[in-house]
Design a protein around this ligand. Structure first.
Ligand code: CTP
Length: 405
């Protein structure tokens, strides 16, 4: 199951079924899931914060206007830090608030503020569940993409019989896993990403380099890993930390980068974001080059470097299904990039304008044209991380749509 290392924000509303939330927390923890409990005022009448905190091994949040909680983790951040929000049990009252968009306590505020998927496990008296108001609220929430599990039919604490019982925690667990898996459309895929500049040595202390920071390539590697891909990041010398959750291979030169990329094959996806030096110095000096008595500056002889993108894109059994390159251009951006796409044989090119003053190379933002066999699309200027997420989502959608993939 796709559970280990994931994080759940668990909202526990009022009702006798709240005691089952303790069992759910225990099951989630046993699977290696991080649980942050949020207890409504009514929920706290049925389970204690101490019991929850002990089982979850996490602070329990319950107060919207808690000064200490807001100082350590604000309510907006709390709503976004999890991978999934689970409401178990959900009362008719809390679902009505969700449907109406009310935010008068911490639980309802988090549900309004979150950008994550929400799974609701209702529990209530059968008449309340079947009331037209609840039926309409459930329909509204389903239409907004909220997932439901249960309620189950059976005898209730109030001695009535019918649907209204909280789904068993053992059944809620696989529903959580299924939703988390859904968010990992690249699970089982391998992606190779090149990033950063290369350094081409002149002598033991000098090298040729360029202004690439590696920010875009590293962000793409992280975004692909977030969608579940196994990622091999092949990075030239950068000042960035290795992104967590993926394998980073550190190289200096273009030749080393190509060797590392070859060693990482096979792959489903290759994204060449590195600013690879086109040339290396021929006959690298074994010792530091010294000034000569006549002070004539030395002439550097350059030799072409291997083209990593073109090598990856060449037809053959090892060709990744989707090979994507960048085109750094200073004029006629889309036209030059379209020609580059054909010349290199890759599937997509992300073309960016790196003319002086654009602030893109080494900067925090990027603006690209995406060029595919269907034509060119303009993507607006956005932070490199946002562009990376958009590209990763596009890759996932494309691979999912291709038959045989
Ligand atoms: N690239 C590569 N290996 C190289 C050179 C470039 O993998 N030796 C990749 C880059 O990672 C990028 C794409 O090719 O994805 C385009 O690089 P760019 O420098 O913009 O184009 P060039 O091929 O160098 O063409 P030109 O210098 O003529 O613009």
């Amino acid at each position: 199951m796709a559970l280990r290392g994931r994080r759940i924000l668990l909202i526990i509303a009022g009702g006798i079924a709240a005691y089952k939330a303790l069992e759910l927390v225990r099951l989630l923890r046993a699977e290696g899931v991080g649980v942050t409990p949020v207890l409504t005022r009514a929920g706290a009448a049925f389970v204690t914060p101490l019991a929850l905190q002990t089982l979850a091994e996490s602070p329990v949040y319950s107060d919207l206007f808690s000064l200490t909680d807001e100082a350590t983790i604000g309510h907006i951040q709390l709503s976004r830090a999890a991978d999934l929000v689970v409401v178990a049990p959900a009362t008719a009252d809390l679902m009505a608030k969700m449907a109406a968009g009310l935010a008068d306590d911490l639980a309802s505020t988090l549900l309004l503020a979150t950008d994550k998927r929400v799974l609701v496990a209702p529990a209530m008296n059968v008449r309340m569940w079947q009331h037209p108001a609840t039926v309409a609220n459930v329909a509204t929430l389903r239409a907004r993409g909220i997932a439901f599990i249960g309620p189950e039919a059976g005898e209730m604490a109030c001695h009535e019989y019918g649907p209204g019982r909280l789904a068993e925690p053992a059944a809620i667990l696989p529903a959580i896993a299924a939703l988390l898996e859904d968010e990992k459309p690249l699970a089982g895929r391998h992606a190779i990403v090149t990033s950063g500049p290369t350094h081409e040595p002149i002598d033991p202390v000098r090298y040729l380099a360029n202004r690439s920071s590696g920010r875009q390539g590293h962000a793409i590697a992280a975004a692909l890993a977030d969608l579940g891909a196994r990622v091999t990041l092949v990075s030239g010398p950068v000042a960035l930390p290795d992104p967590p959750g993926l394998t980073t291979s550190h190289v200096e030169t273009a030749s080393e980068m190509l060797a590392a990329v070859r060693a990482a094959l096979p792959a489903d996806i290759a994204v060449c974001a590195a600013a690879v030096a086109d040339w290396r110095v021929e006959g690298i000096a074994g010792q530091k080059m010294k000034k000569t008595a006549s002070d004539t500056p030395p002439a550097l002889r350059l030799a072409p470097n291997p083209d990593i993108l073109a090598t990856l894109a060449a037809p053959g059994p090892d060709r990744p299904r989707l090979v994507i390159g960048f085109a750094a251009e200073t004029e006629h951006v889309a036209q030059h990039a379209g020609e580059k796409r054909r010349r290199k044989g890759c599937d997509w090119i992300l073309a960016n304008d790196v003319s002086p003053g654009s602030g893109i190379m080494g900067g925090a933002e990027n603006a690209v044209f995406l060029i595919t066999d269907e034509g060119a699309e303009t993507w607006p200027r956005m932070p490199k991380e946002a562009l990376a997420r958009r590209l990763a989502a596009r890759i996932a959608a494309t691979l999912a749509a291709r038959p045989g993939n």
